[in-house]
Design a protein around this ligand. Structure first.
Ligand code: NAP
Length: 320
């Protein structure tokens, strides 16, 4: 089979397409014919060797794939060959024509969701679901600011929050991104490249402040976020690429808080909750993964460059 292999940490050019043997599922494992694999920003940090998790070399990147069960190991009961699934982590990496996964890492892909959309599920939708339901404890009567609503996690967050009944404010940095955030459910959108846009957000809440901020770039925004919160507001840090100084007094007066997580740290109960919620949302049509760009597996290096460039408009997926 064809698979992307990383033999040394480095720039996008270390992603090489190679011919490798198709793995065989052992007890409790499944083999998935991957049709599409999602590209997430963390894949690039891991490839560069700068991420908290450093896989042993060589490795095939990718936790998010979608495809069809090709084979199952002994004892597997949840799925059978021919089933359509999406992966939430794999054992051998999703940037490949076939991937091994443990039985519990694959989940039924609803019939109306195609493989490219399925490849954009686990990290983006799992993160957005966890942020709103578990980290923020969001209520329908609240207002959420999705700070970075044009990318994978942001679009998922807009759709989930809207389905939960919240008032949704979203930001993006391009006209296209603003249009997508609005189309996918944001009540109002703001351009995060425009000077003074934060004042517009505050005005949109009648100067009361927002209840929840889902933050995609904390090193740039966190200090100002604390000023945009209402009473008992909370910032949920999802994305961060550096250090930042904040004034804790902004939090004290509001009894506000900053919370943060990585998807790696969630509990099995939270994960079960996430998959149940996502599959229900996909089935009832409130969740609709948006694929912004399809890239051939061989061009994974290009996808890694483009995922870090400004101007997001949905997911970048590799077609395998
Ligand atoms: P993505 O698809 O590349 O989208 C990036 C988003 O950030 C876009 O909406 C982009 O908007 C926005 N952005 C750019 N500049 C911004 C600014 N100054 N203020 C606010 N937003 C800004 O990435 P993603 O998959 O959505 O992930 C977003 C971030 O969360 C990444 O840093 C990722 O590593 C992190 N993440 C963390 C977890 C976790 O477990 N904690 C899980 C998933 C993702 P424009 O392009 O329109 O400017």
């Amino acid at each position: 089979m064809k698979a992307i292999l990383v033999r040394e940490f480095g720039g996008p050019e270390v992603l090489k397409l190679e011919q490798v043997p198709i793995p065989k599922p052992a007890r409790g494992e499944v083999l998935v014919r991957i049709h599409a694999a999602g590209v997430n920003p963390y894949d690039t940090y891991m490839r560069a060797g700068t991420y908290a998790r450093k896989p042993p070399l060589p490795y095939t990147p990718g936790s998010d794939g979608a495809g069809v069960i090709e084979g199952i190991g002994e004892g597997v009961e949840k799925v059978k060959p021919g089933d359509r699934v999406y992966t939430a982590q794999t054992l051998s990496g999703a940037y490949a024509e076939y991937a091994l996964a443990r039985e519990e890492q694959v989940h039924a892909l609803p019939a109306k969701i195609n493989f490219q959309q399925g490849a954009g599920l686990w990290v983006p939708y799992g993160t957005a679901y966890h942020a709103l339901h578990h980290a923020a404890g969001a209520h329908a009567s609240e207002t959420v600011l999705v700070h970075g609503a044009s990318g994978g996690v942001g679009i998922a967050a807009v759709q989930i929050a809207r389905a939960m009944g919240l008032t949704v404010l979203g930001t993006a940095g391009t006209t296209k991104g603003l249009e997508i955030a609005k189309r996918e459910g944001a009540h109002q959108v703001f351009d995060h490249r425009k000077t003074g846009y934060q004042a517009e957000i505050l005005q949109a809440t009648g100067n009361r402040g927002v209840d929840i901020i889902l933050e995609m770039l904390a090193n740039v925004n966190l200090a100002y976020d604390t000023k945009l919160l209402g009473n008992r507001g909370r910032v949920i840090v999802i994305g961060n690429r550096g250090e930042v100084t904040i004034d804790p007094r902004e939090l004290m007066g509001r009894r506000a808080s900053i919370r943060a997580f990585t998807l790696w740290g969630i509990t099995p109960t939270e994960e079960a909750d996430i998959h149940a919620g996502l599959i229900a949302g996909l089935e009832n049509g409130t969740l609709r993964p948006i694929v912004g760009k399809e890239v051939p597996l061989a061009d994974a290096a290009r996808a890694h460059k483009e995922i870090l460039e400004p101007g997001a408009s949905g997911k970048i997926v590799l077609v395998c």
